[in-house]
Design a protein around this ligand. Sequence first.
Ligand code: NAP
Length: 259
Amino acid sequence: MDLGISGKTALVCASSKGLGLGCAEALAEAGVNLVMNARGSEALEASAQAIRDTFGVTVTAIAADITSEEGRAKVLDAAGSVDILVNNAGGPPPGLWSDWDRDDFIKALDANMLTPIALMKALLPGMMERGWGRVVNITSQSVKAPIPQLGLSNSARAGLTGYVAGTARQVAERGVNINNLLPGIHATDRASSLDKAVADREGITVDEAHANRSATIPARRYGTRQEFGATCAFMCSQHAGFMVGQNILLDGGSTNATL
Ligand code: NAP
């Protein structure tokens, strides 16, 4: 399917690895020029070069912490005019409800709620002026089915989801579509480090931890970054112009709910 977005420019945050990289690759395959970002420059440069070599699009790579004001300013300066924004960053650490104080919440809100909001506020006016834009916020299945030990993530992502619900409906008439993409368990570095933590805690191998977790998913496997990226690219395509303020769940059937 021709996604109809060849020649557009996308800013894909936190995209040297994992789900962000999957989104960058799928957009590049559709002919979209990229601004990629991550904190570590080595993996970022390697991923950017691999995308240039494979898809022949222009890729600008900006090493910066997207959750900091300086980092965002650096990325926005380099990005200039952007048609597509994919918001992403690392997730907050797990814990118990009583573990966290105000500073922990502020850090989680900064990273997973206020950063994507700041980037939308910076880039939506240009999209609205040009009459076309797409925003996809990578959140989590925990928005629909909160995960008890991820209280910081549950809180920050619920806040972003609420903001998007209103904002998406305020900008849609200008040709700008904002939606959220909710990953369940995907095979990324983050998923591997969670498997390793479980293996260490339970005295089992990492493969056993992976198999046990896969067994909890109706699809009996983890998602791939390629599947995730393809869904994101569709949400950024010409065909998704009537999709407004939705929370699209990609979790292999883990969330057992009809609505
Ligand atoms: P990942 O494999 O660990 O990759 C994270 C990417 O983000 C890396 O490129 C990393 O590069 C970059 N990054 C992290 N913090 C950053 C920051 N402050 N500024 C700029 N770049 C940053 O993680 P993932 O599995 O793709 O997860 C992405 C998001 O989806 C996270 O918020 C996670 O909580 C959420 N999620 C993931 C899953 C899953 O199963 N994978 C499930 C539900 C939700 P640097 O470290 O070099 O910055």
